[in-house]
Design a protein around this ligand. Structure first.
Ligand code: NAD
Length: 488
């Protein structure tokens, strides 16, 4: 699969060799070069935008049920090739194959979900002050979408945009992260296989500051759907040269509150999963945990044991490993920086704190799952996004203190609670200032409910009906009717 995608871009229905300079793509488990991407050139960017513009009218004019058929076909094509697509993802991103396969299957599910949503694009009629007037609200696709995505979920983060946009009747140009381009190109290939008309889906590769920025500034791109860091999101918002719709899904620093009534074993299991899965490279990873003081010692002891029990390996040769390498040197360096900062300020390392030992780890970006106790809010780990396999833990005395601490960052993406008392759940559920609050579970996002951040975690929603309406304009059509001649 990789050979067919290496160095390619997808423009106007054809996967072709990119004309620009090539940069290497590496396997994060061992540093070996697996392929290269071409930096899309201005003429290629123009060609992609022109193709998407030309395809927009006919695609939007298709009956919704026909767009739905295309999306169902895409979901089937992706599910059929889930194994090679998963291995490709592991090769460029590092997550173990079983986890990558799960992500590919969720992408297929997303295609089917939005296929069905496409057939439910309803309007509204609104009563007027006089009976001769009628207001109708129509929903119309925005146009050409520029989708700019990060590397941590190379399939799903493309898929939410692709499927929402296509269901709505938009066309799209995808610019994936530099280090995980091949999953996006493979999705592009599947769009061709599924018979999606040429120009509807295009994929351009290259540096964000060049190719992504060109889409942001291009007057022919009507909407930017961006997932990535808060820093780049803010830059994109500021640097658009024309007014255009934007959805910005940005960074997070997500808290977990464990109350005295919590099922402690369930809380530990949830915390270990959501702190360390995908090496903590999840925007909704649990980054910090506040634990009621009476159960604090028991919780941190159990969490350290759970972290130490996780297996770390090359996810290609060991598909069932709990953790693979981190995706690149950059998040690994930040993880080490946040760890050193916490230790220097008095935190205790209870698990991890270093790379695993062994020849097989020597050339990869591996790091052990790390639990740091007795943390305070002057430590980076408690207020900044780490995006690594490390979690800070601190005790609290009252629920209102837990809420204050949990809300004390610029972020508002997801938060978690473990508690048995309904009163505690209600108290925390109402006060946590986050777009997603998961209670007694750690899966804050499901495909049929809206998912989005507050504060510096972004604007806009993906998933759910809302994730399709993001790609639509509303039109108010207000008509005055006369009684027809001869009505009597
Ligand atoms: P990033 O912001 O560095 O890059 C994201 C994408 O933006 C890449 O494709 C990159 O090439 C592109 N880009 C960079 N500069 C650009 C510019 N000037 N103009 C246009 N595009 C540009 O993020 P990353 O390191 O790839 O991903 C990690 C970040 O993504 C984390 O902060 C994480 O929290 C965030 N994230 C958020 C969500 C969410 O749903 N809120 C989901 C996953 C990841």
């Amino acid at each position: 699969m990789l050979n067919e995608l290496n160095g390619k871009v997808l423009i106007d229905g054809a996967l072709v060799k990119g004309k620009g300079p090539q940069s290497p793509v590496e396997n994060p488990a061992n540093g070996a070069q697996i392929g290269a991407i071409a930096t899309a050139q201005p003429a290629e960017i123009e060609a992609a935008v022109s193709a998407a513009r030309a395809a927009f009218g006919p695609w939007a004019a298709l009956p919704a049920v026909t767009r739905a058929k295309h999306l169902h076909a895409l979901g089937d094509a992706i599910a059929q090739d889930a194994d090679p697509m998963a291995r490709l993802m592991t090769l460029e991103q590092g997550k173990p194959v079983n986890e990558a396969r799960g992500e590919i299957m969720k992408l297929a599910e997303t295609c089917h979900f939005y296929a069905e949503e496409a057939t439910r694009i309803h309007g509204e009629t609104i009563p007027n002050d006089t009976t001769d007037m009628e207001s109708t609200v129509l929903r119309e696709p925005i146009g050409v979408v520029g989708a700019i995505t990060p590397w941590n979920y190379p399939a799903e983060l493309v898929g939410w945009k692709l499927c929402g946009a296509l269901a709505a009747g938009c066309t799209i140009i995808i610019k994936p992260a530099e280090i995980t381009p091949f999953t996006a190109l493979a999705i592009g290939q599947k769009c061709i296989d599924a018979g999606i008309p040429r120009g509807v889906v295009n994929v351009l590769t290259g540096p964000g500051s060049v190719v992504g920025q060109a889409l942001v500034e291009h007057p022919g791109v009507d909407k930017i759907a961006f997932t990535g860091s808060s820093k780049v999101g803010l830059h994109i918002q500021k640097s658009a040269t024309t007014v255009k719709r934007m959805a910005l899904e940005l960074g997070g620093n997500c808290p977990l509150v464990v109350t005295q009534t919590a099922d402690l074993d369930a809380a530990v299991k949830g915390a270990a999963r959501r702190s360390f899965r995908n090496c903590g490279q999840i925007c909704i990873a649990i980054n910090r945990i506040y634990v009621a003081r009476p159960v604090y010692d028991a919780f941190i002891t159990k969490l350290a044991e759970a972290a130490d029990a996780l297996t770390i390996d090359d996810g290609l040769s060991n598909p069932g490993a709990d953790m693979g390498p981190m995706a690149s040197a950059e998040p690994l360096a930040k993880t080490k920086e946040h760890l050193a900062d916490a230790v220097a300020k008095g935190a205790r390392v209870l698990a991890g704190g270093a790379a695993p030992v062994g020849d097989e780890y020597e050339n990869g970006h591996f790091f052990r799952p790390t639990v740091v106790a007795d943390c305070t809010h002057d430590m980076q780990i408690m207020t900044e996004e780490t995006f690594g396999p490390i979690v800070g833990v601190a005790p609290f005395d009252t629920l209102s203190e837990a809420v204050t601490l949990a809300n004390d960052t610029p972020y508002g993406l997801a938060s978690y609670v473990y508690a048995k008392s309904a009163d505690e759940i209600r108290y925390l559920g109402q006060r946590l200032d986050y777009g997603n609050v998961a209670v007694n579970n750690v899966d804050a996002g499901i495909i049929n409910a809206p998912y989005g951040g507050r504060k510096q975690s972004g604007v806009g929603y993906e998933h759910g009906r809302e994730g399709m309406l993001e790609y639509m304009n509303f039109k108010h059509l207000r008509v005055r009717y006369d009684l027809p001649e001869g009505a009597g």
